[in-house]
Design a protein around this ligand. Structure first.
Ligand SMILES: Cc1cc2nc3c(=O)[nH]c(=O)nc-3n(C[C@H](O)[C@H](O)[C@H](O)COP(=O)(O)OP(=O)(O)OC[C@H]3O[C@@H](n4cnc5c(N)ncnc54)[C@H](O)[C@@H]3O)c2cc1C
Length: 468
């Protein structure tokens, strides 16, 4: 079988370690899907070459970076689909509970794993987990970039300044990396006993009961979790909304793809989405505008988080932005709110409140409103540090696509000028780009947007506003 996996997607994390004779284990973390997954394809290729079984493990932490039952539910339902699909390919799925490094190492030991494969992730917490695993691991561990179209480490070896600097680097490499995917093969049992045979199916009830997360943030029901549902969302986007994508900055137009939750959890591959967009017969201008967001902006965010591990702090801002924010640190704030007032949409500004409600009620704020929302948090908190904390906390608690490089980068762009340039100086913001409600009103009907989300009696997981 040739997976046509580009060798540059793969990085061996530990050198000198000798493979064992046992099965291959894919530690699935970020790319929670069975098709279009280069890490899984690579693990399958290794297992078949070595004539050993293939196992896949997901290590579930009982709490994770402000995630609530809303995000855990989306993840677990997607993983149940992964288990079913893997079984069809003779691949055993393990769901391990507890601190991921320890539970993974326990499984490596139990199965006498010969080679470990995992997926690339720029997030700090994932790097710490990998470091802890590698400190104990005696077999080779391969990291595969299955999330980016052009692997993050290939695109650039440094933090890029802006979209304009990374764009030519990505475009130059697209032909080489934007290739089609082979199907995931059925993996034979191979040599020796198939230790996974004795593994019972995951007891999902026990898994749900093990969670230690906030259950007050309701699940949403207008987006169904899982790869199959994600493929349907993509299909609907291609059919009905892509051609109107040029109206993407109008939150009333509802032309976005709604793919971010699926991309975040890796239930849908960005590369698959790009291939389908390119195949579409919709207007070239819409397709190009969408591919710019999906590829250039998304991979710019990966680049930022990978090369700047202070991605969620003021320390990660460019020098000019830190200086200008410091110069205006003592400026009088016209309004001040604490996190509870922000969370309950209790500010004086109906537009901001509507954006916050869109997020709490639907789990997904419109992309244009996210910029306005974050910038106002800077304006109405005592310091940029607190603004970062509040914005990240709310984003990661309520957005279904939260805890993503796109989120940390979007917030750092809004509050800290990351990937942006200095603008005219003004109070509080200094040279950071400013946004106002009147500016929004010049672009779209602010009142229509407010009306959609102003209802106090709007049920928490209302989907009426998202019916296309
Ligand atoms: C303050 C702020 C917070 C944000 N928080 C998140 C977050 O937590 N998670 C998240 O995935 N995105 C975040 N974004 C980026 C962007 O707003 C969302 O990706 C987008 O709104 C998701 O909806 P969609 O998939 O329907 O978008 P579409 O417009 O249909 O875009 C398709 C895909 O392109 C990518 N994309 C679109 N816009 C951007 C962008 N500005 N930067 C990087 N990639 C982009 C995403 O992967 C998105 O799913 C944030 C942006 C800002 C300014």
């Amino acid at each position: 079988m040739s997976t046509s996996i580009h060798p540059a997607r793969i990085t061996q994390l530990n050198h000198g370690a000798e493979p064992g004779a046992g099965p291959v284990l894919y530690w699935m973390s970020r790319d929670q899907r069975t098709q279009d997954n280069w890490a899984l394809l690579f693990a399958a290729e290794l297992a078949m070459k070595r004539n050993v079984p293939l196992h896949v493990a997901f290590c579930l932490a009982p709490t994770f970076l402000d995630a609530t039952i809303r995000q855990y539910g989306f993840l677990l339902k997607g993983l149940a689909e992964v288990e079913t699909e893997l079984r069809k390919r003779n691949i055993t799925f393990h769901l391990r509970l507890g601190a991921p490094p320890a539970s993974l190492l326990g499984l490596v030991q139990e199965l006498q794993v010969g080679i470990l494969v995992t997926d690339f992730d720029p997030m700090r917490i994932k790097l710490h987990w990998k470091k802890d695993v590698l400190a104990e691991l005696r077999i080779p561990c391969h990291d595969v970039d299955a999330h980016n179209i052009v692997p993050c480490l290939v695109t650039s070896n440094k933090q890029e300044y802006a979209a304009r600097t990374i764009r030519p680097k990505i475009h130059r490499l697209l032909d080489e990396y934007l290739t089609s995917f082979p199907d995931l093969p059925t993996v034979p049992n191979g040599n020796g006993s198939r230790r996974g045979d004795s593994v019972p199916p995951v007891d999902w009830d026990t898994v749900w009961k093990s969670l230690r997360v906030d259950t007050n943030v309701a699940a949403i029901d207008w987006l169904k979790p899982g790869a199959q549902a994600g493929a349907k969302v993509l299909e609907e986007f291609l059919e009905h909304r892509l051609e109107h994508y040029e109206q993407r900055n109008n939150p009333n137009a509802q032309v976005l793809s709604n793919l971010s939750p699926y991309l975040h959890f890796g239930q849908v591959s960005a590369q698959r989405v790009a291939l389908e967009i390119m195949r579409s017969d919709k207007p070239a201008a819409s397709r190009e505008a969408f591919l710019e967001e999906l590829i250039v902006r998304r991979e710019l965010a990966e680049n930022f988080c990978w090369y700047n591990q202070a991605y969620d702090r003021v320390d990660g801002f460019p020098d000019w932005a830190r200086k200008t924010l410091n110069d205006h640190r003592r400026d009088k704030r016209p309004y001040r709110y604490d996190i509870k007032e922000f969370a309950t949409a209790a500010t004086h500004d109906p537009l901001w409140n509507a954006a916050q409600r869109e997020m709490t009620q639907t789990g997904k704020m419109h992309g244009y409103m996210r910029m306005y929302w974050a910038k106002k948090i800077l304006e109405w908190t005592p310091s940029p540090e607190e603004a970062m904390e509040v914005a990240i906390r709310l984003n990661d608690t309520y957005e279904l696509d939260g805890r993503d490089p796109n989120g940390y980068t979007g917030i750092a762009w809004s509050i800290g000028g990351v990937h942006d340039r200095p603008w005219f100086e003004r109070p509080i913001f200094g040279k950071i780009r400013f946004m106002s409600a009147s500016g929004c009103a010049r672009k779209f009907s602010v009142q229509d947007y407010i009306d959609r989300y102003c209802l106090d009696n709007c049920p928490p997981n209302s989907n009426h506003v998202h019916k296309q």
